[in-house]
Design a protein around this ligand. Structure first.
Ligand SMILES: Cc1cc2nc3c(=O)[nH]c(=O)nc-3n(C[C@H](O)[C@H](O)[C@H](O)COP(=O)(O)OP(=O)(O)OC[C@H]3O[C@@H](n4cnc5c(N)ncnc54)[C@H](O)[C@@H]3O)c2cc1C
Length: 379
């Protein structure tokens, strides 16, 4: 076959659709029996994701966000136009897979890749209903998520840090988008609460191995302990990787750690990189050259764009981790100043937090003390 895409998540199906549209025989191998379920995601995306995909899965337009500091009153941000959208993530994944299939890609469900190697041509071994099968492809797209087997088997570098996100589904509606800050919520990340197709989704991420305990505490604080109707959990890979291609193989999405380090959001960077991946892949297939040297163009292109935002995000994450609860309270207080708040409401961009950081520091130079000497790495 021309192309085997390993993983039927949004990054894989977006690449698959474009390769199928270009006339290449494309097969998606997906481990799960149902696309999108269970959804290991909060579903908070920027307006860019909605316009890039034309998705019909939006369940909430985010004009308002409530940010709760460790102590004190929340900061309430209200923008004139939606700064974020909440999507039904399972529905979103299904839509993306349907588009790939409509373009001619074949979707193999219940097919788990277990190995890959390169002997002049890239091969993948997969297990389907207990049987092992082997295929060869001119090009393999490793879109198999944060714990990518393609990445490991090809000896490509993994994330600098792996954070775990756990979420509880609450069978009761919630209107606002909430962010909860403080070391008790999470020592190195934050908690969230959002509208969900079944009511409310409440989650916490952390890298200390105790994400579930942090979640239980937050759920208790919010008074939802007896209203939990389900859970989901997943890994979030952070950090900029040095290589995402091998002979006959390209990694995309979480497999390539294309994730915003400050928020853990991977949909925008993964989809943006999927388009670059498809463009370079089509060129390589047309020229019959899927060697790692030729595919390297993809790595360099996405590194220049989203890669540098990932580096800035890792620096901002370092600063965030070092901020004490008391400093966090002071910081949120400083953001409540009308002039500074207006800047956040106008410039706020969940895909490019470094742009917002720059504008906020201009409006309130006293916030510079929180960043200290690390600030030079963000600008
Ligand atoms: C708790 C949590 C909350 C999050 N919230 C947000 C959010 O609000 N906004 C946002 O933008 N991002 C969020 N993310 C991140 C986002 O979910 C990911 O960045 C996104 O799913 C990446 O898409 P992907 O296609 O690269 O990988 P995935 O969506 O993980 O898809 C990979 C697919 O590959 C399949 N697969 C894996 N291994 C194999 C194999 N060996 N063989 C065959 N198939 C395989 C999997 O079953 C899966 O379907 C969150 C993540 C977590 C864990």
């Amino acid at each position: 076959m021309d192309v085997a895409v390993i993983g039927g998540g949004p990054a894989g199906t977006r690449v698959a659709r474009q390769l199928a549209d270009a006339g290449f025989e494309t097969v998606i191998f997906e481990n799960r029996r149902k696309i999108g379920k269970p959804a290991k995601c909060a579903g908070l995306v920027s307006p860019r994701v909605v316009s890039m995909t034309g998705t019909d899965s939006v369940i909430k337009e985010g004009y308002r966000a409530v940010i709760t500091p460790p102590e004190g009153e929340p900061l309430i941000l209200e923008a004139k136009e939606p700064k974020a959208y909440v999507i039904n993530r399972a529905e979103f994944d299904r839509e993306m897979a349907e588009k790939a299939v409509d373009s001619g890609a074949v979707l193999e469900l219940g097919a788990k890749a277990v190995d890959t190697s390169f002997n002049g041509k890239r091969s993948v071994t997969y297990r389907d209903s207990g049987n092992f099968k082997k295929i060869e492809a001119d090009l393999v797209i490793g879109a198999d998520g944060p714990n990518s087997l393609m990445r490991k088997k090809a000896g490509l570098p993994g994330p600098e840090e792996m954070v775990v996100g756990v979420q509880a589904i609450i069978g009761e509606g919630s209107e606002d988008i909430h962010i909860f800050l403080g070391k008790e919520i999470s020592p190195d990340f934050f908690g969230w609460e959002l509208p969900h197709p079944s009511g409310t989704l409440i989650g916490v991420a952390s890298s200390d191995g105790d994400a579930y305990d942090h979640l239980k505490r937050l759920v208790g604080k919010r008074g939802y302990l007896d209203k939990i109707i389900g859970y989901s959990a997943g890994a979030i890979p952070l950090g900029r990787i040095k290589n995402s291609v091998e002979n006959g193989l390209m990694l995309v999405g979480d497999a390539a750690c294309q994730v915003k380090p400050l928020s853990g959001g991977g949909l925008f960077p993964g989809l943006l990189s999927a388009d670059i991946c498809a463009e370079v892949a089509i060129d390589a297939l047309e020229n019959d050259d899927t060697s790692k040297d030729n595919l390297r163009e993809y790595h360099e292109k996405w590194q220049k764009g989203i890669g540098s935002e990932i580096s800035k995000g890792m620096w901002m994450r370092k600063i965030f981790k070092g901020i004490t609860d008391r400093e966090m309270n002071d910081m949120i207080d400083a953001l409540k100043n009308e002039k500074v708040k207006k800047v956040v409401e106008e410039v706020g961009d969940i895909d490019y937090p470094s742009t917002l950081a720059k504008s906020v520091l201009k409006a309130s130079p006293k916030l510079i003390k929180f960043a200290g000497p690390m600030i030079k790495n963000i600008f």
